[in-house]
Ligand binder design. Structure first.
Ligand code: HEC
Length: 167
């Protein structure tokens, strides 16, 4: 089974979530780094994706603070589109990914890219209040995912408590 041009992995993952994987809404908070489980190829793709996501997130912040709606829209759309999973994933990659990634990871990833899409739309509508809202959600996604699935890469998150917990 190959991904065709119009079958984005986002769609594929959404279908996977609907058809088989029961996602527990209460995430287990234990760290479970995904990096070591990825094939070198997938790990490389993810790393490249993350670096471009970081670049885009910085540009979005630049756009937000000066009201440059079109910069925000373009960069947010880019985060949405440059989905690692949407790019040149072979059938084998897809299998490897499904083996390595937990439903929680896939859900976070899906939500992350959906938030980027909504941010882009808010910017197209020049709704700066909504842009702030979705930007903050976007940053939430970075932290939530890194603190659960990238503690090997970002050990500072280890043992850290998400907001709302005492101590
Ligand atoms: C769904 C999960 C997820 C989300 C959401 C996410 N990341 Fe990541 N990110 C990862 C994982 C996993 C790694 C570690 C990859 C590895 O093991 O090499 C990572 C690594 C990175 C790295 C280091 C890349 C490198 O190899 O040097 C950067 C920078 C980064 N993320 C930025 C971001 C930013 C900025 C956001 C939000 C705007 C974000 N990420 C959102 C999962 C995520």
């Amino acid at each position: 089974m190959r991904l065709t041009k119009n079958t984005t992995l986002a769609v594929y993952l959404a279908a996977a979530a609907i058809t088989g994987i029961v996602v527990n809404p209460v995430f287990a908070k234990e760290a479970d780094p995904i990096g070591p489980k990825l094939t070198p190829r997938l790990k490389q793709m993810l790393a490249e994706e993350m670096l471009s996501v970081r670049q885009a997130a910085k540009q979005i912040l630049d756009g937000l603070i000066v009201g440059d709606h079109s910069l925000v829209a373009t960069q947010a759309q880019q985060i949405h589109d440059s989905f690692i999973l949407q790019r040149a994933l072979t059938a084998q990659d897809k299998k490897d990914l499904m083996k390595a990634a937990s439903p929680e990871f896939l859900q976070l990833d899906g939500e992350f890219h959906m938030t980027a899409k909504k941010l882009s739309e808010a910017a197209q509508h020049k709704d700066y209040e909504l842009q702030r809202f979705y930007y903050s959600r976007l940053v939430d996604s970075c932290q939530t995912c890194h603190s659960q699935f990238a503690t090997d890469k970002f050990p500072a998150f280890s043992g850290a408590q998400p907001e709302g917990h005492s101590h």
